[in-house]
Design a protein around this ligand. Structure first.
Ligand code: CA
Length: 311
């Protein structure tokens, strides 16, 4: 079975990580809804993909003088009450020159606020009661080493909130994900969490942590991951290669290592409007990952289209 994980909510249809996007992802049939988590100045966990605010909110207009020396606005510099005054919009290019996906929800329209992690949990748990379904949460701890530099232990804060909401064991329909292997080991061994952990794997160029992701792709690297995590979340290009000879798509050796170690595979990100060239279209991509690779989960911006293809 392949679970469908709503990547930043129903982000193909509504601005990412808004409560509207979470509710819509729920309605479209997600099995899990993702929450990227960073801390506010007063240490409230909020659902936001970046430690920065400028690509998804109107912070530049609302608080023009509150950027740091690097010209970026940081969530960590604002109290929750200030963050709540911001309006969220479709993600823009880094230089602010328009939406990254201009065909998606109209840029700048609507009245969307940044939710706290607690507000999003309340929404999902509330819907679980009113619908009788059991949709899970899938929080990601963002930049734990950076948060420590800023004087806060984000993992502790997030684990406390999860515990308060009765997410404390593998049976509670939750996965906890992070790019930082040291932090995942700390969560398991020092903070004594029994939550199922997912090691995210990115490209070294993204600077997500000081991990060397190339080493994680080796047989030994994957074995190491299996000592603390139940699965991996690689970007989808790490799982296939195309052979020029017969124009065939084949699994990479990395995907074999993952299977040898009985780890779950939850690749990201499946987008109707950004299908890699190796695949004819979105349907071919989803079906290949599901039928050939037998992935255990799919992070997607388009829950409904993924759910209907998996049926
Ligand atoms: Ca994420």
């Amino acid at each position: 079975m392949t679970i469908v994980i709503a990547h930043r909510g129903a982000s193909g249809y509504l601005p990412e990580h808004t409560l509207s996007a979470a509710a819509y992802a729920y309605a479209l049939g997600a099995d899990f809804i993702e929450q990227d988590v960073v801390l506010s100045k007063d240490s409230h966990p909020i659902v936001l993909h970046d430690i920065h605010l400028d690509q998804v909110t109107n912070v530049k207009d609302k608080f023009p003088n509150r950027s740091r020396g690097d010209g970026r606005w940081y969530a960590k510099d604002f109290e929750l009450l200030e963050l709540k005054q911001l309006t969220e919009h479709e993600r823009t290019q880094l230089d602010g020159s328009g939406a990254i996906f201009p065909e998606r929800f109209p840029y700048g329209q609507g009245n969307f606020q940044i939710p706290t992690l607690q507000e999003e949990i309340d929404l999902i748990k509330g819907l679980n009661q009113s619908t009788g379904r059991n949709v899970g949460i899938y929080p990601e701890i963002k930049k734990p080493a950076w948060h420590i530099q800023e004087g806060v232990d984000i993992s502790k804060v997030v684990l406390e909130i999860l515990n308060t909401n009765d997410y404390n064991s593998p049976a509670d329909n939750v996965f906890l994900q992070c790019f930082d292997s040291k932090e995942l080991k700390r969560i398991k061994n020092k903070l004594n969490s029994s939550l199922p952990l997912i090691q995210l794997i990115g490209s070294n160029a993204w600077n997500e942590s000081d991990d060397n992701y190339d080493l994680m792709l080796t047989r030994q690297g994957v074995k190491n991951i299996s000592s603390y995590a139940v699965g991996v979340g690689p970007y989808l290009q790490l799982l296939y290669q195309t052979s020029v000879a017969n124009n065939n798509i084949q699994p990479t050796i990395f995907s074999q290592f993952v299977r040898e170690n009985n780890l779950l595979i939850h690749p990201y990100t499946f987008r109707v409007d950004a299908v890699p060239l190796a695949f004819k279209d979105f349907a071919e991509m989803v079906i290949w990952f599901s039928n050939v690779l037998n992935v255990d989960g799919i992070f997607t911006d388009f829950v409904d289209k993924t759910v209907s293809l998996l049926k």
